[in-house]
Ligand binder design. Sequence first.
Ligand SMILES: NC(=O)c1ccc[n+]([C@@H]2O[C@H](COP(=O)([O-])OP(=O)(O)OC[C@H]3O[C@@H](n4cnc5c(N)ncnc54)[C@H](OP(=O)(O)O)[C@@H]3O)[C@@H](O)[C@H]2O)c1
Length: 288
Amino acid sequence: MITGGNSGIGRAAATHLAEQGAEVIVACRSRGRGEEAVTEIRRRSGNDAVSLVMMDLSSKSSIQAGCDAFKAYHDRLDVLIHNAADFDISRKEPEYSDEDVETVWATNHVGPVFLTHLLMRELSRGEQSRVIMVASKGLVMHPFLRVNLEDPEFRKGSFRVDKAYYQSKLAQVMYTYWLAERFRGTPMTANCVRVTNVKIDINRYPSVSSFLKWLYSIKSRFSISPERMAETYVWLALSPDVAGTSGGYFDENRQRVGSNRYSTDPSNIRLVMELTERYVPGLLANPS
Ligand SMILES: NC(=O)c1ccc[n+]([C@@H]2O[C@H](COP(=O)([O-])OP(=O)(O)OC[C@H]3O[C@@H](n4cnc5c(N)ncnc54)[C@H](OP(=O)(O)O)[C@@H]3O)[C@@H](O)[C@H]2O)c1
């Protein structure tokens, strides 16, 4: 299962996984975009075992409904790739979901944690199941970044979308380390991808200003393709080279990379996961 498999890197990875003969479930928030992607991935891969499950990662009730739909037909999950993310760089004010959670935090951190939590039984039935988180090379530019334990949703402090985005991605890196520890002694693994500068379709974000579009056009000259970046996803998902590898953070060249010192400190990881448990009750009690 890959979230956000209708676009960009997620779509490229879903196509590649289908080409390798995997059954692929694309989790999307838009039925129209999801159905279009599934049809195209089936056509390109020649694999009909590609299906859609509807899921808005910013909403726990939607994730629950998507999981219920998945579980109606599957009792096992081998690979879960948390690729979807909210990174609308034009946002000036925080937005809060129907469940009253700031949407970047909800989509990029709480949603993936909740999704893994709900699918833990199915993951544990796989022979060697793999959970793959997705973070960003941009974190390198923020070596002193921390998760704001007091105000992760910008209810008190001033909002900046890049702050919200990188905080959520740092939390995903820390979640990877935590989950890998939880999986220790089991055949399950958790790893994270450090996505570099990858071409996106900037027109997917209609409210981005002409100036930002111009800046993006310059930046994209130095970008790699989604297909190239997806190679690391597919390697982590399928390769026997990484069977048993857990708690790793890997770049576009499949090289192991580090994250900032704060994120590797076990007491900080614990605090971030205690914060996360407020959104995902029972998280710390269960082996998830
Ligand atoms: N491109 C880069 O340079 C770059 C750099 C660093 C990290 N990354 C990371 O790489 C991953 C893939 O990004 P990309 O470049 O492939 O971008 P993309 O083409 O914009 O794909 C993002 C995907 O996330 C989905 N999504 C967003 N909010 C969602 C929600 N609430 N519920 C469900 N799905 C949602 C989008 O669905 P819709 O089609 O419905 O919007 C889309 O499928 C993300 O985790 C991103 O943070 C990318």
